[in-house]
Design a binder for this molecule. Structure first.
Ligand code: DGL
Length: 268
């Protein structure tokens, strides 16, 4: 069983490639919608939340945990690996390396949350892979909330995204990093605004492959019948998440509420 979590529905964009690659693997998903967005939350809080979610996933039988959230990966992956040394984790990071390879103009746009941009992990990605490439970054303040509200194709969301992308395009951006798992859900709008010359990079398929490698699974035969084994949990209202999963993925799955048990934070 694979455990997957995100601050909200963003990680659902990772579920689809996971399910395509490993259609027989039971999946359990946690959306921490009581605390979304993580984007500007103190990293210590994200660590505590991620630890509590991981404990819950392991208690349900997860043998591997996908941190399907760039912000939680940046803030908490090192902490999670230290607290749960025997658990394989797969995190999500902005796809700086593939973007640097793809750009012809040498200018790459990066869309991620403020916490991701501020993180040591992101700085390290730039230092390792972005030599000679200029990154134009935007923390897309409010976009995660918009996507959580289901405003994926409204005129307001288009105006919002134009205000972000047009200055990037004017600077010569020809590759756009989707550095937050929520953003693939506005991909059609992003593509329309950016135009056919701009390549969008989403690390989700590579993450799914990494999960299959770690579990030692090859590519599985597709399911012939409806055999999806996914249980979804949210720290907020399950009815809402149930509808969101149906709208975004077309899947009708059991969706339940979970109350997190947050470990006491040591301030010293
Ligand atoms: N989906 C998360 C990510 O990949 C972030 C959303 C948030 O700000 O909560 O970064």
């Amino acid at each position: 069983m694979i455990g997957i979590f995100d601050s909200g529905i963003g990680g659902l964009s990772v579920l689809r490639p996971l399910r395509d690659l490993l259609p027989h693997e039971p999946l359990i998903y946690v959306a921490d919608q009581a605390h979304v967005p993580y984007g500007a939350r103190p990293p210590a809080e994200i660590c505590a939340l991620s630890e509590a979610i991981t404990r819950f996933l392991l208690a349900q039988g997860a043998e591997l945990v996908v941190v399907a959230c760039n912000t939680a990966t940046a803030a908490a992956l090192t902490h999670l690996r230290a607290v749960f040394p025997d658990v394989p984790f797969v995190g999500m990071e902005p796809a700086v390396k593939p973007a640097a390879r793809l750009t012809k103009t040498g200018v790459v746009g990066a869309l991620a949350t403020a916490n991701t941009f501020k993180s040591q992990r992101y700085a390290s990605l730039l230092a390792r892979f972005a030599e000679g490439v200029r990154l134009v970054e935007n923390p897309c303040v409010g976009l995660v909330e918009r996507i959580e509200r289901g405003e994926l194709a409204t005129a307001e969301t288009e105006t919002f995204l134009r205000a972000i992308l047009e200055p990037m395009l004017a600077e010569g951006v020809d590759v756009l990093i989707l550095g937050c798992t929520h953003y693939p859900f506005v991909r059609p709008l992003l593509e329309r605004i950016a135009g056919p010359e701009v390549v969008l990079v989403d690390p989700a398929p590579a993450v799914a492959q990494q999960v299959a490698r770690l579990l030692g699974r090859g590519v599985e035969e597709p399911l012939t019948a409806y055999g999806l084994q996914l249980t979804a949990y949210t720290t907020a209202e399950p009815e809402r998440l149930h509808t969101q999963i149906q709208d975004l993925l077309g899947w009708d799955v059991p969706t339940l509420h979970v109350e997190l048990t947050i470990a006491h934070q040591n301030s010293g």
